[in-house]
Design a protein. Structure first.
Length: 286
């Protein structure tokens, strides 16, 4: 094949992919490389000369005081993901398989509407509900029940984060459950399977790609959430996002350690995405 023909074969794909590739290179690859370079510099501050010298910052990440912060962030992320999955699956199942078709788009729009407002505004709304003189305790007082103190504690963080990320879980699960083959459910009923058996043997395997995608999306976004833990959890519930913020914009301004924390977070997210790509379509491969 002539050289000109070989090159012309690649002109179309390259011209289509080059804008997105350039975008990813400038806004993802290069910033990540800069962060990695800074993570190898101990105690770097704004204006210092970059001279990579070791992995002290990475070793510092695993000190007990910072391990507790990482563990708390992971606990919030896992708890939020479990809550969103337990609440979102029945809702998505009902909308996809039981709700009238003419109402489905409207019902989905109802779940998307909260995303049209600022996350900061949603967090302040939960503050007005959960604070000691808020809506929740006022309602409990009317019922003659004692007040509860949820604000500035971990239950408030889970409530706020679950509220923020539940729409994502519902939308992803709906797109998966909508494609469910109902003939398999009918066949399983004809063969004597009860509803519980049909759910775990037919529904869950078919919806597994949506479950995996929704779980991963909520886990990743909640792991890096800054607003909800900061406003609803208080100073005693510091997360990785707040710790990174303190290293870059706080009084310490230790950019090297903040970069190392960022790289650890990026590495963990990359592993999760790789597992989804490998096992997401077929759970039996795991």
């Amino acid at each position: 094949m002539p050289a000109k023909s070989r090159w012309s074969h690649w002109i179309g794909p390259v011209s289509l992919l080059s804008p997105a590739g350039l975008w990813l290179l400038l806004l993802l690859v290069l910033p990540t490389f800069v962060i990695f370079q800074l993570s190898l510099v101990p105690n770097i501050r704004p204006g210092d000369v970059v001279n990579p010298s070791g992995i002290e910052n990475y070793l510092r990440v695993f000190e007990p005081i910072y391990g507790n912060v990482i563990g708390r962030s992971l606990g919030f992320a896992v708890g939020t993901t479990v809550i969103c999955l337990l609440l979102g699956f029945p809702v998505a199942y009902w909308i996809a398989l039981s709700a009238p078709r003419r109402w489905r788009n409207l019902l989905l729009l109802g779940f998307v509407l909260p995303l049209w407002t600022s996350s900061l505004l949603r967090s302040y709304a939960w503050i007005s509900i959960l604070r000691r003189t808020g809506v929740l305790n006022s309602f409990l007082g009317v019922l003659g029940l004692p007040p509860v103190n949820l604000l500035n504690d971990w239950p408030a963080v889970l409530i706020g984060m679950s509220y923020s990320f539940l729409p994502y879980m519902v939308l992803i699960l709906y797109s998966s459950l909508e494609k469910l083959d109902k003939r398999l459910l009918e066949a399983s009923a004809d063969l004597g399977a009860n509803p519980i058996q049909a759910f775990f043997k037919i529904t869950v395997p078919q919806a597994f790609p949506g479950i995996a995608a929704g779980t991963l999306l909520v886990l990743i976004t909640s792991l890096g959430d800054f607003v909800d833990p900061e406003l609803l959890g208080g100073a005693s519930n510091m997360t990785v996002a707040r710790l990174i913020y303190n290293q870059f914009l706080g009084p310490t301004q230790n950019w090297g350690f903040g970069s190392a924390l960022s790289m650890v977070l990026i590495f963990a997210v990359s592993i999760a995405i790789a597992l989804l790509i490998k096992y997401g379509d077929n759970p039996n491969r795991a």
